[in-house]
Design a protein around this ligand. Sequence first.
Ligand code: FES
Ligand SMILES: [Fe+2]
Length: 467
Amino acid sequence: MTTQIENPAAHGAGEVDLPEVEVIPLLPDPSVDTSGVPFRMVDGVHIPADRYYDKDFARLENRKLWMHTWMWAARVEDVQMPGDYIEFQVAEESVMVVRVDENTIKVFHNVCPHRATQLAVDCGSFSGKQIVCPFHGWRWNLDGTQSYLYARNGFVAESIDPSKINLKEVRSEIRHGFVWINFDDEAPSLGEFLGDMDRHLEPMWMDKMRVRWWKYIDLDANWKVATEAFIEAYHVMQAHPELAFYAVGDDYDADKLAYHPKGNGHYNVGAAERPGGYTPPVKDIPFGQFFLEQNRVMFEGTDAYITAREEFISDRVRHQDIPDEALVTTFFEQYYAYAADAGIALPPPDPDASGYGFIFPNMVFLGFTGNLLLYRIRPLGTDPNVCRFEVFALQIPIEAEGEQAPARAEGPLQVSDLPFVLRQDVENIARQQAGYRSSAFTETTMSPRFETMIFGMHNEIDRYLAQ
Ligand code: FES
Ligand SMILES: [Fe+2]
């Protein structure tokens, strides 16, 4: 069932030009009974404010969403040698991702079965390939089997049966260079979870990328508020003047992101460039010029989506006398030639490769050939008013440089420490969270057309909470 509502931009003085279109709200799937979910999604136009700060709602999310969804916990390169580990926390859980041997990575609940001491903190290497509890010295092999228990004769024999005191493994899968986890052994496989998205991730060669840098901020905001800042383009005109080429109002078209609003979402650059496909979102700017200028802003403003090496090529192309319609093709010809010379194995062009994507519930990326600007957002503990926001720059490295030590998290940083485009995104998040607490605010009023993915995310959350 769909409801047609009027285009809000067609009203009011000074609002001109946007064509009348049928705006179709993305409603919750009627086959899922969400009647028991508090503050549930209903009309595809409004979101109840309580979803962002109610403590019981956050507890429900912790129990029913985070304990049953797939999410990525580490990069494979984070644990290179047997014994290397890295901790990952989400909601009230902590796990450790452990390199067991050359071919095996396992993920364990990060807790000692004796008296609950956490076994791993942050990242490091278990020396002697033994996981040792720092409190009373119980020990495990890297595969989680118990190897030593001090003063065993003081315990009741069946209470320390290996089946009871081996480390508890968390279900995990490796794909695209990420270690994905799911606390629910009954949940669908990662392949089913990613579904159609996988076809668009594969040609990006994320597994060949390595993290160049990794920054994090602990934000005073609900994890959904932070995530939502990255899954609509409606904010670009106001929040990113440089990326909007200083176009104002309807001269910047927020419709230029194509959404696949099913919890996940992505933008297929290749498909958009087919005949009748992509045109720049900014009025009166030719595509070639838009491409090179956007690259420049994304280099200066992110140092991730575009880095010095692509900007070097952009700059060269800019100074050649090339008609606009040939600029993008020339850029890629020169970029591939440069990469071949430098020994950088770029993925071949593929119309299925994603240029932007959201993988429910907390992974957002912008992909450029060989590069990835990646966000991960998660709740920590039970407080709905805080979250950890992480940003990663990934890139396919020069092969001859070999495997390097992995980048480690820098943080907690301040918003002002981020490159400027990222700062523009993050600086409204805490203000928004505070605003949600206002007695004058009970629900959002949103565009079903431009903010579709946000509804897709919330509908999907309710599907989990209803189970
Ligand atoms: S709490 Fe770990 S050995 Fe006692
Ligand atoms: Fe943004």
